[in-house]
Write a protein that binds this ligand. Structure first.
Ligand code: SF4
Ligand code: SF4
Length: 190
């Protein structure tokens, strides 16, 4: 599946969001023992730990020279519900020692959390709290903590750039329409 966002573009996006953090200088992982990285491993009640993250089309190339903190695998688009425009392989990683990773190479999904992109009916981009189908509570959301302004700006700019790609746009649109259809309550940040 060929994305118009190439590796050089992902490098730029990663570079501009490397230091963006939901609560700025404060490491929010201290509030919750990094539950968004480790929730799956905690549920397993064993020493095997893993965290599954999706990679956007082409994003997997960012990890081609890395291997010691995750395992990568893929599904084909007919194995799960993906946008009609998607065809071929969709990559995922499992973090093998969360919350430890190479932070400079953490995927877009981690850079955005606890915010998710949402497109309204006119295709305007918003950021909402990512609490849809959550199996745990992020203290930033549950305690209504103020997000760092720089984080919000950078995450918004990141998604604005990413949805210029049709495949990524289609994914965000599909998720947004599902939320609207399910009439899920959305807390909009932008
Ligand atoms: S769950 Fe929320 S507060 Fe905890 S590490 Fe993740 S983003 Fe930070
Ligand atoms: S890549 Fe890093 S930040 Fe993201 S879930 Fe894995 S350990 Fe956590």
């Amino acid at each position: 599946m060929k994305s118009s966002i190439r590796k050089k573009d992902y490098i730029k996006i990663y570079n501009t969001t490397n230091n963006a953090s939901p609560l700025g200088e404060f490491n929010c992982g201290e509030l919750c023992d990094s539950i968004c990285c480790t929730v799956e491993s905690k549920n397993k009640e064993d020493i095997y730990s893993e965290m599954v993250l999706y990679m956007l089309p082409g994003e997997e190339e960012m990890l081609e020279n890395e291997s010691d903190w995750f395992e990568m695998y893929y599904e084909t688009t007919d194995e799960y519900r993906y946008p009609d425009s998607w065809d071929g392989k969709v990559y995922y990683i499992k973090c093998t020692n969360p919350p430890y990773c190479n932070r400079r190479l953490r995927p877009i999904q981690c850079r955005s959390f606890p915010l998710s992109p949402h497109l309204d009916k006119d295709d305007n981009l918003h950021l909402i709290y990512d609490e849809y189908d959550m199996t745990y509570q992020c203290p930033i959301i549950s305690q209504k903590l103020d997000l760092d302004e720089d984080f919000i700006k950078k995450v918004y700019k990141m998604w604005k750039r990413l949805i210029e790609d049709k495949l990524i746009f289609d994914l965000i649109k599909m998720d947004s329409e599902k939320r609207e259809k399910d009439k899920k309550e959305m807390k909009m940040v932008v």
